[in-house]
Design a protein around this ligand. Structure first.
Ligand code: ARG
Ligand code: ZN
Length: 897
């Protein structure tokens, strides 16, 4: 066990930094083995009295410290493990520090590190302190001037934030570049890239008429795979101008692809660094989903330039201020791209596809987090290691909390609030309270006498609230009364509080609709439909523990369409007959709620079979799906979502105690049943959705939707045992003219294919793509998640020469895929032991990635008893390891408490 339990940092202990730091000059003598950094900082004490100057540093060697040019002896400062304390006497003074770090020994991928032949930095959240001694906190904003020197042949390109001021040859085989960023920024937005890259560039004119240079850098040889990234960047710039009137504020905007990267990407000012998986795409190597993911991440990082960089976070407890808001913005961007050129119901259904995917992701990743030991509010109260709080809650639930504000304010009101936020806070480091206060000013203008006081509790409560619905219909009076009640019992750390946390009610926007027994829209007398919703949408604002609404002029007992467009991140409890769900699945005017009704029908069937061991017949689900499969008004992309069962991970989370094995079995059996009983439909769709091989590949939503639906049909045909399915799958694989089709077939084979066909396809795929790391990641992933891959097989995959623990994408493609996406095999004593081994092995190299893996079985305490014990033993083994990082220590200690 680590002897030093990591200290807990609390939100309420925030103190402003006692110095201003207007200017920083950095000089980096870049070298993979030893980089020398000279840092000049001009400080100005804020208050009157003398106060020590505390600087952060990690894994650095200190060469010298001087104040106002006078070198300090070792007695004049205190050097701790991660802190350097100086005692300046003047009010204004300059500190000059020389230190070194070792990029090639840095396997954490935080700070300055080597990837391929290049050098990269990653500073968010606390990586800058691995580059130099510095007040490494987001509320210290400075203007940076950066001088880079390096070997010219090895590092011909030297990049940093802002504008390139000068370049010169130093004569000794080395050269220098000087960059200046005109915008004051926190250290986490600093970046340096050095190396030899190919560059794609474009010049565009921003809305106000400024010409800007856009560049996408990649490894040589990959430049023909950056066209889509550039296209996404330009569309993101245009979208932010049009929708929010926000313009690019730099003369140059750069994106660089890195092979080794801990996360998706990073919004460094003017110099975004990306995981190459979110930059590189061409039809032969990227799937439709990859194209969309690149669009989302490029949008996300670009949108941070305003929501994150121009207005940043005061402290890391406010992380969702920038992340929740920016995820919301990238979701809206993606939805608008899907709906481009469409009108009315077609546009709504295109946007719903994005909403469905986002809500599914929320249920798979965030709901379990909110129901486990790491549950935290979107604005956490405390942490031990901030890197552990880049969570689905901060990001995805954070985005839902922003979306609810748009629902409550309307699009225009939301825009007014956002404008006010920038008016008040441009150039500042602020809090979530500042954001909501700006939104509230717009809300009050539109809703005199009301405010967002109750809404604010979304920022301080963990847990997924449950909303229970009751409906009473009075045929005589023709009234319909809807009662909603909410509850959100203590979750995660709230459970450990003494006295227990009190959790006041939340302000929950519940969008509903009323349908007649034949599925027509019912609009009660005098009811005002919500402008953002599908026809007949009513918005109920639940702000108390329990409330009722009575509607008039409702002659027949209506069927309720609930939580339209997923208007709040809650769980709805409403007991109703399956026939109502089937009606909604066929007729709801809200495409999200319509999809949800079908999912609810399937969830009920699976959970009934798992928990009550009811062998409920799937007749109603089959009939409903058969009808939907023939509904030609539905787009292929939407239909593909409708005809997909809820994910195993989502279903496992809904069982009490959690029964992963039983869920996997029932899920597979039901897939086979649907495959067989709806065989004619799958055969028809499989034929109808075939691509015309003469048409060049395009990732547009319609083509992508057709490919997704065709691959789904193939999966069902294989599952259902159609005699020709294996042959079709192999043909599908071999005839594929793009990676999407190829992966569609390979995934189907990996999940359902006969062994010889499966292994032949794996072998062929490897032979074809062995030199392409991003494609080989797919090859590893598909095998690691296959139900035919047990612990022995995944260990064999790790012995493959192409496997490496040091590359996060590769570790994710094998270890994470197995532990998170192969529940039938991972949930076993051997699976948990494998997991513990890998957490420890990764922790020695990369604590941030190790801590993510350490969360794979967060909710072990709710497992069925036979799994609980081996899971606890595996966790105990991790906790008892003598050298755990702060990252992993925090996760496993919380998991066992
Ligand atoms: N701000 C980045 C993003 O949302 C995430 C960076 C976090 N990086 C990390 N190593 N924890 O796009
Ligand atoms: Zn972000």
């Amino acid at each position: 066990m680590r002897t030093d339990t990591p200290p807990t940092i609390s939100r309420h202990d925030y103190q402003p930094f006692p110095y201003a730091l207007p200017e920083v000059a950095l000089q980096l003598e870049l070298d993979a083995a030893r980089t020398r950094v000279t840092t000049r900082m001009s400080f100005e004490r804020a208050a009157g009295e003398l106060v020590p100057l505390v600087l952060n540093g990690q894994d650095l060697s200190l060469e010298s410290v001087a104040i106002d040019g006078v070198p300090l002896g070792p007695d004049a400062y205190e050097l701790h493990d991660e802190m350097l304390v100086l005692h300046p006497q003047a009010r204004r003074f300059t500190v000059e520090i020389v230190s070194t770090c070792c990029p090639e020994a840095n396997s954490t991928l935080m700070g300055l590190y080597v990837s391929g032949r290049h050098l990269f930095t990653q500073c968010e959240a606390e990586g800058f302190r691995r580059i130099t001694w510095f007040p490494d906190r987001p509320d210290v904003m400075a203007r940076y001037r950066v001088t880079l020197q390096a070997d010219t042949a090895h590092y011909p390109l030297l990049l940093s934030n802002g504008n390139l001021l000068s370049q010169r040859d130093l004569g000794d085989g080395r050269h220098e570049a000087v960059w200046e960023d005109p915008h004051p920024k926190p250290s986490y937005l600093f970046a340096v890239v050095a190396g030899d890259f190919a560059c794609r560039e474009e010049r565009i004119t921003t809305r106000s008429g400024r010409e800007v240079l856009l560049q996408v850098y990649s490894d040589h040889g990959a430049e023909n795979r950056t066209e889509w990234a550039m296209d996404c960047l330009i569309r993101a710039i245009r979208w932010d101008e049009a929708r929010y009137d926000l313009e690019l504020d730099l003369d140059r905007f750069m994106i660089v692809a890195a092979r080794d990267f801990n996360m998706g990407a990073m919004e460094n000012k003017g110099l975004n660094v990306f995981n190459s998986a979110y930059v590189l795409a061409d039809p032969a190597t990227a799937t439709d989903a990859t194209y969309r993911a690149i669009e989302a991440v490029i949008g996300h990082e670009y949108f941070h330039n305003w929501t994150g960089n121009r207005v940043t976070c005061r402290d890391w407890f406010q992380l969702s201020l920038k992340e929740g808001l920016t995820v919301f913005r990238d979701q809206e961007f993606s939805a608008d791209m899907l709906a481009h050129g469409l009108q009315g119901a077609a546009a709504a259904s295109a946007r719903a596809v994005k909403r469905i995917d986002d809500v599914s992701a929320l249920r798979i990743a965030q709901f379990p987090e909110d129901a486990g030991p790491m549950a935290h509010p979107i604005r956490p109260e405390s942490y031990q290691e901030i890197a552990n709080f880049y969570t689905a809650t901060i990001y995805e639930k954070g985005a839902e909390v922003i979306r609810m504000q748009q629902t409550l304010l309307g699009r225009e009101g939301f825009r007014e609030g956002l404008d006010e936020y920038f008016r008040r806070h441009d150039g500042q480091a602020v809090t979530c309270d500042d954001f909501i206060a700006a939104m509230e000013s717009a809300y009050i203008r539109r809703n005199p006498g009301r405010d967002l006081q109750v809404f604010r509790h979304w920022y301080s409560q963990a847990g997924t609230p449950r909303v229970t619905v009751r409906m009473q219909h009075d045929p005589q009076a023709q009234t319909c009364t809807i009662s909603l009640s909410q509850s959100n019992p203590p979750a995660g750390i709230e459970l450990l509080q003494n006295p227990p946390a009190t959790k006041p009610p939340l302000h929950i926007p519940v969008a509903i609709g009323l349908l007649s027994p034949t599925g027509a829209v019912v609009l009660p007398q005098g009811a005002q439909p919500h402008p953002l919703g599908a026809p007949g949408t009513l918005l109920l604002e639940l702000t108390e523990a329990e409330q009722s609404w009575t509607f008039h002029g409702v002659a027949e007992r209506p069927v309720l369409s609930l939580l339209r467009d997923f208007s709040a991140p809650v769980i709805i409890d409403y007991a109703r007959p399956d026939t109502e769900l089937a009606l909604l699945a066929r007729h709801d005017s809200d495409p999200f709620a319509r999809w949800e009704a079908g999912q609810e029908l399937a969830r009920g069937l699976v959970l009934g079979r798992v928990q009550a061991q009811l062998n409920t017949a799937a007749d109603l689900l089959c009939d409903t799906w058969a009808a939907l499969a023939q509904d030609t008004a539905l787009s292929p992309a939407y239909l593909a979502r409708v005809l997909t069962l809820p994910a195993q991970r989502e279903l496992i989370e809904l069982t009490t105690p959690m029964e992963p094995q039983a869920v996997v079995q029932v899920h597979r059996a039901l897939t086979q049943e649907l495959g067989g009983r709806l065989q004619d439909h799958w055969v028809r769709l499989y034929g109808a959705m075939a691509d015309d091989p003469a048409t060049p590949y395009s990732p547009d939503p319609d083509s992508a939707g057709r490919r997704a639906l065709r691959a789904l049909a193939l999966t069902y045909l294989l599952a259902g045992g159609h005699p020709q399915a294996a042959q079709w799958a192999m043909q599908h694989y071999e005839a594929a003219t793009n990676m999407s089709e190829r992966m569609g077939a390979l995934n189907a084979l990996a999940t359902w294919g006969p062994e010889e066909v499966r292994t032949a396809a794996y072998q062929h795929f490897y032979d074809m793509w062995q030199d392409d790391p991003l494609v080989i990641d797919r090859w590893f992933s598909v095998q690691a998640a296959s139900p035919f891959t047990g612990v022995g097989e995944v260990q064999a995959l790790m012995l493959h020469p192409a496997f490496s623990l040091r590359n996060p994408n590769r570790a994710r493609s094998v270890i994470f895929q197995f532990c998170m996406n192969n529940p039938g095999n991972a949930h076993s004593a051997a699976g948990y032991a494998f997991w513990a081994d890998q957490v420890l092995a990764l922790d020695a190299l990369n604590p941030e990635i190790a801590a993510r893996l350490a969360r794979a079985f967060d909710n072990w305490a709710r497992y069925t008893p036979a799994l609980r014990e081996p899971a606890r033993e595996a966790l105990q083994r991790i906790v008892q390891h003598p050298t755990l990082s702060r990252n992993v220590a925090e996760i496993v200690n919380k998991s066992l408490s």
